[in-house]
Design a protein around this ligand. Structure first.
Ligand code: ZN
Ligand code: ZN
Length: 461
């Protein structure tokens, strides 16, 4: 065993011994710092996921979450706290059921996707046609799926940067529209996820404009494996599918904003965002209760030593999950107010491992300061395109804002994402604390930068 590994295992053994020796009520030996139970970040995500629980976009629970968030931000000392309402097209879940009938008859673990069309209460029964990839579905002849249910498979794998979600996510976002266009009466996909629990992952569909939604669901990975094996064996499959959720127009939603005023309130604010809504299957702890906890706790922590030069504005956006309604509403309402910079936390609660900015060369000194402040937390700087996030995307685009991406480790994010497993117990307080610390250091620098930070022009797509 190399010396470094030996030393590491010895220190882990020492730590374990210390933990064993400690009385049951003692605090853990590893200090969770700013995210320990009793800290602002932990208490925020605990109370949001416990007292409100699931908060689907446009639901009554999301409205309760807005009231809760506004009260909590005021109690924490935020000023100018307000709820900014808007309405959305919402999706309300009904009964979700699927079973293979005839050959290899068996139930499948399924969830409806957001904006799915509805089957009759009694469900539909039709041949299931397997496509190994989205490209294979795209290559199917026009009209060839008439009277059939399309099944779309894929091979998303876990990655630290979560880069599989872009391309494979299209199986969910665009696959249903492509299947409907070829005449399918319904569509089922392998969940967009990387776990092997028997949990289906939900998420929104993006239907082409004017297309009538067809019933669309996602099955758990293990069930998708069954379908793939049966299909490879040449079995003719028939699916009985019941998805009775409803699309609802004009559902109430809204954003919650609050500010920690800077020393010079005439300067544009630094915007930090998360989203308050969640899917209904879990309690939205990692997506995105953790994000709201991180940005609010870090904003408060960043003014602990000294009131920052610039105002820090938090945005708890509504209705992100169904298509970024909150971010659009924020940009429509605040688009004429200048902003200093925008950031978002919406990728779980695992440790920040990378920082990426789009700062112009004139802001090189601020960037160097940032990189140096984050390095001791194990965060590497990389060049590349910034993402910002759905809730700040519209305002960033409109104003060509500077952005700091604090990328979290996404290796396990898509094990939990949009599943019943997205619950508080999946958050490691020590990792949450590392996030708060990274965000605090970042805000201390960008909110106090002596000169405005200029953004490099966005690369052309
Ligand atoms: Zn999210
Ligand atoms: Zn999400």
């Amino acid at each position: 065993m190399p010396a470094s590994l030996l030393a590491r295992s010895l220190s882990i053994a020492a730590l374990a011994a210390a933990l064993l020796a400690a009385p049951a009520t003692a605090a853990p030996a590893v200090s969770p710092g700013n995210a320990a139970p009793g800290s602002v970040a932990w208490d925020l995500v605990r109370d949001l996921t416990t007292d409100i629980g699931p908060r689907p976009a446009g639901s009554e629970a999301e409205a309760r979450a807005r009231d809760w968030a506004a009260e909590r931000l005021k109690a924490l000392g935020f000023a100018n706290v307000g709820i900014e309402p808007f309405t959305i097209r919402a999706y309300r879940r009904g009964t979700d059921k699927a079973e293979l009938v005839g050959t290899a008859a068996q139930p499948l673990a399924i969830t409806a996707l957001g904006y799915s069309g509805a089957t009759p209460e009694a469900g539909v029964t039709a041949p299931l046609v397997y496509f190994a990839t989205l490209a294979a579905l795209e290559a199917a002849p026009a009209g060839s799926l008439k009277g059939k249910i399309a099944f779309i498979d894929h091979a998303m794998a876990p990655t630290q940067d979560g880069s599989g979600y872009g391309p494979y996510g299209n199986v969910r976002r665009k696959g249903p529209g492509i299947a409907a266009d070829k005449g399918a009466l319904a569509v089922v996909i392998r969940s967009i996820g990387t776990d092997h629990h028997r949990n289906p992952h939900t998420g929104a569909i993006s239907w082409p404009k004017g297309m009538k939604p067809i019933p669309a669901g996602a099955v758990a990975s293990a069930d998708a494996d069954q379908v793939a094996r049966l299909s490879a064996a040449g079995k003719a499959l028939t699916l009985h599918l019941t998805l009775t959720g409803k699309i609802i127009d004009g559902a109430p939603s809204g954003n919650v904003v609050g500010e920690l005023p800077g020393r010079d309130p005439s300067l544009p604010p630094v915007l930090v965002a998360c989203h308050l809504d969640s899917w209904d299957l879990g309690t939205g702890a990692i997506d995105d209760g953790a994000g709201c906890a991180i940005v609010a706790a870090a904003a408060l922590e960043a003014r602990r030593q000294q009131q920052p030069l610039r105002t820090i504005r938090v945005l708890f956006a509504g209705s992100e999950e169904l298509g970024g309604f909150g971010g659009e509403a924020y940009a429509a309402r605040h688009g004429s107010e200048p902003h200093a910079l925008a950031m978002e936390s919406d990728f779980g609660a695992d440790r920040v491992w990378r920082v990426v900015t789009n700062f112009a060369p004139s802001a090189a000194a601020t960037k160097a300061q940032l990189v140096a402040a984050l390095a001791p937390l194990g965060i590497v700087a990389q060049e590349g395109e910034v993402e910002g996030g759905t809730d700040v995307g519209a305002i960033i685009k409109r104003q060509t804002l500077p952005v700091v991406d604090l990328n979290q480790d996404g290796t396990h994010y898509f094990d939990l994402h949009h599943t019943p497993d997205d619950t508080l117990d999946k958050i490691d307080p020590a990792m949450l604390a590392q996030n708060v610390e990274a965000w605090t250091r970042t805000l201390e620098i960008v909110a106090n930068a002596p000169q405005p930070i200029a953004a490099s022009p966005a690369p052309a797509h």
